[in-house]
Design a protein around this ligand. Structure first.
Ligand code: 7PM
Length: 281
């Protein structure tokens, strides 16, 4: 009985409907990533990486042109479009892999979807002016993520009375607002936003009680990959957190999460195949 990831020929809508693990491979197209050659080399390298992640089991590639790193400088909208659109167009010409656009700006959402993106992944849960209307008009599926504060300062002193309840209520309120604006309920993913305005304890509470979020009527996406919560648990540098991230993904799967935003696709794919094997007994 060998288990295969069959989900990488499905559309986002099909992926949301199916009760299967979905690996979202992270593709950063900020200038510091793939930095060696010029413009064409950068696009080539990014597209090659996307196709590699597809071959390793990714069902969707998350293209991001603005670093959401704590303390990062904001990026101009035209600059962000110029970074992501050529990469999306080139992936789309070479593959039918699903593509998500990691952005908070409606102009970038629109340009990316026009270029071939199939999902809007927004760490700001479509809170920017015009973002909800934009996605409703494009009739594109969305991922709504929780964040406390803004990237520049969010890790300063995050506070909650009950982080799980607050995250759940925020996400439900955003989902209701999106549905009201015309985004179909079955085209919405929810994400607790690990590491976004949360202490290690908050992150662990969210993981430990992830079943409460997964019990709602929406698919749940999680992102642990290489994050500092793993660094804090393991006392390891960014490039030494793969196994920790895979362990967190398996825990999240067992609590009901189905979408996994990761850098390390091959490793996560193996772990999720072991999870899936239990469906076949
Ligand atoms: C520093 C801190 C650098 C955080 C990079 C990050 C998520 C996301 C990101 C997530 C969704 C990273 C993050 N994280 N989108 N975008 N969920 N939906 O590790 O957890 O790439 S940026």
């Amino acid at each position: 009985m060998s288990v295969t990831i069959t989900s990488n020929s499905l559309t986002v809508s099909q992926l949301i409907a199916a009760d299967v693990p979905v690996i979202m491979g992270i593709l950063n197209v900020t200038p510091d990533s793939f930095s060696d050659g010029g413009e064409f080399d950068r696009i080539d390298a990014a597209v090659a990486r996307a196709l590699e992640m597809q071959s390793q089991g990714a069902s969707i590639i998350d293209v991001g042109g603005e670093s959401t790193r704590p303390g990062a400088q904001p990026v101009d909208v035209n600059q962000e479009i110029a970074r992501v659109v050529p990469v999306i167009e080139t992936i789309r010409r070479q593959s039918d892999i699903q593509i998500s656009i990691d952005t908070s700006k409606p102009e970038v959402m629109k340009a990316a979807v026009m270029a071939g993106a199939n999902l809007v992944n927004d760490v700001n849960a479509l809170c920017a002016e015009g973002a909800v209307t934009c996605c409703a008009e494009l009739s594109v599926p969305v991922c709504l993520m929780h964040m406390q504060g803004e990237p520049r300062t969010m890790q300063k002193n995050p506070e909650y009375s009950d982080v799980v309840n607050e995250v759940r209520e925020f996400l439900l309120e955003r989902a209701r607002f999106c549905i009201e604006a015309g985004i179909a309920a079955d085209q919405i993913l929810l994400d607790p936003g690990f590491g976004f305005g949360k202490t290690l304890k908050h992150n662990l509470q969210l993981l430990s009680r992830l079943d409460e979020l997964c019990a709602l009527d929406f698919r749940v996406l999680v992102g642990f990959s290489r994050k500092s919560m793993l660094g804090a648990i393991l006392d390891r540098a960014v490039d030494q957190r793969v196994i920790g991230g895979v362990a967190a993904a398996v825990i999240a799967y067992s609590k009901g999460a189905r979408w996994f935003r990761v850098h390390d696709v091959a490793e996560t794919s193996d772990a999720l195949k072991v999870c899936m094997a239990l469906n076949q007994v």
